[in-house]
Design a protein around this ligand. Structure first.
Ligand code: FES
Length: 499
């Protein structure tokens, strides 16, 4: 990863061992973020033997790059889109289940005395300059239909044009929480391995999960990797997006503790305060775009910084980072068995609401494995087909994937290696092959294949994160081609120019 989040500056990396050799368990959990660690906690507590396989460090992926906001509402297309695409009953189920997930986090914090700055705060949606009034109205109406308490005041530091507040939502430090929860898992029933990358999952009466260090044999596999690794039909039902965050120290007064969603023209910016190692900060998150489709993305940070300077008396900018999300085409995440008779559970399509949905996914999947009925499992069924609710986004996302695939192969780049400036990346043809070329700060060239090993799209350079990003399903790779995130299992092939 490139820029570290405020949470990553504060929490020391964990030091679990690497897997070596072959082990057995009831459940293999792939991914050590909030979804995987919560599922491992619940299953181990219920007596199942569990192995957690994390490719890097606990919560080092998406969990450690979120804003740490927890709420029963949803972002993106909003609560009203669930009511219009499905029904008011479905909306109530989604909101009720999300509230239950926030309650579980609070319960686990209290039971295990987890020091993660958890606190209940209000959540507000509003505009200051009249943007997107109809969206706010639709959301207010949907919040009331969903049974949430809706207040008309917004406790922002300046007066707002239109908006409302839902009290009793929450905030925490997601990295502290997940790392600490991992340490509280019943060790007699759970083994955690870090720096252990999964290379293949073979399904059978007993599933075999191959890793870089050994093999896990398990009855069930939970793919808690934000988006499932490998080839899954669900990839065609989601779009990968990136968002940016900027944290600033202020000269003046800070807003009250709360989750503030200030509408812009086509999205909302999410604001909150936090007492960071640098002092109290206000952080803003926004400027969403599709992965790999905005190479000059430093301007996303610039726009967020300009917004903070417009709204507050900024003393200094102290943190900048970005994060990834996957948006489902019918707005509701995919949680559960991946297809009819599979032994693999998936949990994906959380949009920007992943901490709450990740916890909910752990609740639903662990109940299923334990044979406990879960009243929300049908709502989130991973193998569901919702042609009417999905069609517009499904068509748009897949047309975009097809366009990116064809466009990049037809484009020829006449530039040579000398044209790649320091900290730049360019895709160019070398001896008939599409290559991704990056020049680092020591004037060293790094050349890898530009062909994404997931399904063959060509990667694009990400200036802000100094990574190669795939525009099709969101796989990301470091300058040497190693997988950072996304559905790709294998790295980009190294290219040896000396041959
Ligand atoms: Fe699917 Fe690259 S992530 S082709």
């Amino acid at each position: 990863m490139g820029n570290l989040s405020v949470w990553r500056h504060e929490v020391d990396p964990t030091s679990y061992p690497q897997l070596t050799g072959d082990v057995q368990a009831d459940v293999a959990v792939i991914g050590g973020g909030i979804t995987g660690i919560t599922a491992a906690y619940l299953l181990a507590k219920a007596g199942k033997s569990v192995v957690v396989l994390e490719a890097r460090k606990i919560a080092e992926g998406s969990t450690g790059y979120s804003t740490g906001n927890l709420y029963a509402t949803i972002g993106g297309d909003g609560m009203h889109s669930i009511a219009s695409k499905f029904s008011e009953e479905k909306l109530r189920e989604v909101v009720e289940s999300r509230a239950a997930a926030v309650n579980l986090i609070e319960e686990l914090v209290q039971t295990n005395q987890i020091d993660c700055d958890f606190k209940r705060v209000p959540w507000s949606l509003f505009n200051v300059e009249g943007q997107n009034e109809s969206y706010i109205e639709d959301e207010r109406e949907a919040a009331e239909k969903a049974g949430l308490t809706v207040l008309s005041n917004v406790p922002y530091h300046i007066s707002v044009n239109d908006g409302f507040t839902v009290p009793n939502q929450a905030q925490f430090n997601p990295l502290k929480y997940t790392v600490s929860l991992a340490s509280k898992i019943d060790q007699a029933n759970c083994r955690i391995y870090e720096n252990t990358r999964v290379t293949e999952v073979e399904e059978g009466p007993v599933c075999r999960v191959q890793t870089t260090g050994g093999t896990v044999s398990a009855t069930h596999v939970i793919m808690a990797t934000h988006t499932p690794k490998g080839l899954y039909a669900v990839h065609a039902n989601m779009g990968p997006y990136r968002e940016y965050a900027v944290g600033a120290i202020l000269n003046g007064k800070y807003p009250e503790a709360g989750i503030y969603w200030e509408m812009q023209t086509s999205e909302h910016y999410s604001l909150r305060t936090y007492d960071s190692p640098e002092g109290r900060i206000v952080m803003v998150l926004g400027e969403m775009h599709k992965v790999g489709q905005k190479e000059e993305n430093l301007e996303c940070f610039e726009r967020l910084e300009a917004f903070l300077r417009k709204r507050f008396d900024v003393a200094s900018i102290v943190y900048k980072w970005s994060a990834q999300q996957y948006k489902p085409s019918d707005v509701i995440p995919y949680i559960g068995i991946s297809t009819g008779d599979s032994k693999t559970y998936i949990a994906t399509g959380f949009s920007a609401d992943g901490l709450t949905y990740g916890t909910l996914a752990a609740m639903i999947i662990s109940d299923h494995i334990l044979g406990i009925p879960n009243k929300w499992s049908k709502t989130y069924e991973a193998s569901r087909i919702t042609p009417l609710a999905s069609a517009p986004k499904f068509i748009k996302e897949n047309a975009n994937v097809a366009f990116e695939l064809v466009k990049d192969y037809l484009t020829t780049n006449e530039e040579s290696l000398q044209d790649v400036k320091t900290y730049e990346g360019k895709v160019m043809e070398i001896e008939g092959s599409k290559c991704a070329v990056h020049r680092d700060g020591n004037n060293q060239l790094h050349v890898v294949s530009a062909v994404c090993p997931h399904m063959g799209c060509l990667v694009h350079w990400n200036t802000a994160e100094q990574s190669w990003d795939c525009p099709c399903h969101g796989s990301r790779f470091d300058k040497n081609g190693e997988v950072l995130e996304g559905p790709a299992i294998n790295p980009l092939h190294r290219v040896d120019l000396s041959k």
